[in-house]
Design a protein around this ligand. Structure first.
Ligand SMILES: Nc1ncnc2c1ncn2[C@@H]1O[C@H](COP(=O)(O)OP(=O)(O)O)[C@@H](O)[C@H]1O
Ligand SMILES: [Mg+2]
Length: 277
């Protein structure tokens, strides 16, 4: 190659977190391939997500970040390759399949419905019916119960600024809306939460709030995949960083072993991780 491919060492395991990485990954992908006509979206990608970690995914535009996430969350079906959840092979055909298996995704757009209140947003597409025949026969929604449980999950996540679960989401700030979307993803016994650019549209203070939520979810034992272009955010919250490049995985580093400059250099191909092709 003509570019100076300075080699940098592999990132390895984050210091002080060895016990997490001695476990089985909660979610793994091996040799995922997907093509769109003649366009190669993914070119044999591997990914490992461990229980209780924040795995950031970074990469240039077109590197395959969204495509990778879509394959893991049932939005795309890969042409070949294997995905395992808790060691068991899974074959998601649609997003609902991944969701039922415990993988929740928060997309940057359309994460919430502004005109609905907070409780309704949290229970969107999984409304709970009243107990007994009122619910099963008359299909009546358990509005009180949903508001109560919505309040609990929002409180648990420490979004103190949200007082009233009946408040319309359109009256909330961008950060609070995103917080509702993240709370929604985390509120239903999910194992894996995927966040696609959650802070892209937010100010500094609001981003800080969402990043704090990400850390709290991780500390509760959830596994999080965080796609982001914001390198300071990535270096602040990630345990490990998966670098996606030209449809493949260029390497995995940690914020302790590599600085942002090195991360970006690997992303753009100016530097290569030792032993990677
Ligand atoms: N539905 C699709 N149809 C055609 N090409 C696609 C589709 N989805 C993704 N691609 C292509 O796959 C490649 C990876 O895209 P994407 O995953 O969106 O990258 P990133 O999210 O890293 O910016 C790009 O070349 C993109 O044009
Ligand atoms: Mg994308």
């Amino acid at each position: 190659m003509s570019t100076s491919t300075l080699e940098v060492a592999h990132g390895g395991i984050p210091a002080g977190k060895e016990e997490i990485y001695a476990k089985e990954p909660v979610l793994s992908a091996r040799k995922l391939v997907i093509t769109f006509g003649r366009v190669v979206g993914l070119d044999g990608v591997d990914l490992d997500l461990y229980p209780g970690e924040v795995l950031a995914v970074i990469g240039d535009n077109g590197a395959g970040k969204s495509t990778l996430i879509k394959c893991l969350t049932g939005a795309y079906v890969p042409d070949s390759g294997e995905i395992t959840l808790n060691g068991q092979p899974v074959h998601f055909k649609k997003p609902q399949d991944a969701r039922e298996a415990g993988i929740e995704t928060v997309y940057q757009q359309l994460a919430v419905i502004p005109a609905l209140d907070i409780a309704s947003n949290l229970y969107l597409a999984r409304e709970e019916r009243r107990p007994g025949p009122l619910g099963s026969v008359l299909r009546m929604l358990d509005k009180k119960g949903m508001e109560k449980r919505a309040g609990q999950s929002v409180q648990e996540l420490g979004i103190q600024t949200i007082q009233n679960m009946g408040q319309a989401v359109e009256t909330l700030s961008g950060g609070q809306r995103q917080a509702v979307a993240v709370a929604r993803a985390a509120a239903f016994g999910s194992k894996v939460v995927v966040l696609d650019e959650p802070t892209a549209a937010l100010g500094v203070k609001e981003s800080g709030m969402v990043l704090d939520m990400v850390k709290q979810l991780r500390d509760k034992g959830l596994s999080i995949i965080l796609i982001s272009h914001n390198m300071p955010h990535v270096w602040e919250v990630a345990d490990r960083i998966h670098i996606q490049r030209l449809g493949g995985r260029a390497g995995v580093i940690t914020p302790q072993t590599h600085d942002m400059g090195e991360g970006v250099a690997i992303m753009t191909g100016a530097k290569r991780l030792e032993g990677s092709s």
